[in-house]
Design a protein around this ligand. Sequence first.
Ligand code: GDP
Length: 195
Amino acid sequence: MKVTQAELVISAVSAKQYPQEALPEIALAGRSNVGKSSFINKLINRKNLARTSSKPGKTQTLNFYRINKQFFFVDLPGYGYAKVSKTERERWGRFIEEYLTTREQLQLICHLVDIRHQPTKDDQTMADWLNHMDLPRLVVATKADKIPKGKIHQHLKIIKETLQLDKDVPLIAFSAETGQGKDEVWQALNPYILP
Ligand code: GDP
């Protein structure tokens, strides 16, 4: 897809603030620092539309990025950030869950995990939950440039097993540095964002 327009429409802190438009939405879920902002920026060829940072846990809002007036990327708050209180974490959990279970515009969930490591307990909790949801899903293994090419297959296998992914859930190795996996991701997204 050729992206000609991309804008952050709102960083929502409550459901009342979600955009009114009926455009399809693709949600991005993942641990803090997994590379969600970098993923968005790489896909749409912008250096810094989505804010990237090496400090995890900053994004506590649902960020709605409107792309080509055709669909939204919805960046969910990163989970698994240890330095927030239990109360805060529970609040985010409810906020994310409410969006995922009630938002009619939601078409597909991209679950991002770090390709280098076995998925964390939080990744597994998220995947278990998604395994029980009736929504199309895509798992993206980020930072693929950080492991040797020859090891990618092995790491994907570990992710697939740990997250107990069904055969029909696409799993794509991705790098925001090299662009690896970008075309494959777009191909997976396309059916859900056609007008
Ligand atoms: P977010 O918290 O999930 O939005 O993560 P960010 O996109 O801010 O990325 C967190 C850190 O990982 C930043 O320092 C990024 O530069 C780095 N990063 C993200 N994606 C990649 C990637 O594909 N390759 C490499 N080498 N670094 C990445």
